[in-house]
Unconditional design. Structure first.
Length: 197
């Protein structure tokens, strides 16, 4: 399961945004650096976009619905939404409201893109080393070298990388123009001498 980008990005969301929210609520510590929260938002947004636009769309070339309408129901449908829909939607306002703006630079976007590249460098050799009958040998259809060959797989990866890069730089641009969030006051007593409030 950990070989899926979906699982990795969801674990990253839990590891980053829970402490981010706690820090904002308690105000005991400074907020997490924007490079961490922005990168996490990028990765979980990639997860949601790839799932909804490529893997769960019956008409998409890399659909994982076996050519027919998606038949996910019950717990499977709930799990799909909890992994691919809810986290990107929840991460966006968390980043917008709990991360101070104007902390990102274009170099941060370039740094973030190393993770999808590292994932590609992990997934392709892993698939090549596994037995051909291993389930989910290549975690995603667009990475399936056995079905498409290396040239087509790397071309597909580059074509996916372009919108990922555009999104990364768009987050940096948005960070430069968004307003500073107003975090609520969370104190028991006034800052000056006096009784409790």
């Amino acid at each position: 399961m950990l070989s899926y980008f979906t699982i990795q990005s969801n674990l990253l969301v839990a590891a980053v945004f829970a402490p981010s929210a706690h820090r904002a609520w308690s105000r005991r510590r400074p907020p997490l650096p924007p490079v961490i929260t922005g990168g996490t938002l990028l990765f979980i947004t990639i997860t949601g976009a790839v799932h909804h636009l490529l893997l769960a769309d019956d008409a998409a070339h890399f659909s994982m619905t076996d050519g027919g309408p998606s038949t996910a129901t019950g717990w499977h449908l709930l799990a799909n939404h909890l992994l691919h829909t809810v986290p990107p939607i929840a991460a966006a306002p968390d980043w917008l409201l709990l991360t101070r703006p104007d902390g990102l630079r274009p170099r941060h976007a370039a740094l973030w893109l190393l993770y999808p590249l590292a994932y590609l460098a992990f997934a392709l050799p892993r698939g090549a080393l596994l037995s051909p009958d291993t389930p989910a040998r290549y975690p995603y259809p667009f990475l399936d070298v056995a079905a498409h060959g290396y040239a087509a797989t790397l071309t597909d990866a580059a074509m996916l990388g372009l919108p990922f890069a555009a999104l990364a730089f768009a987050l940096v641009g948005l960070d430069r123009i968004r307003p500073t969030p107003r975090l609520r006051e969370n104190r028991i007593s006034s800052p000056g001498a006096g009784g409790l409030k």
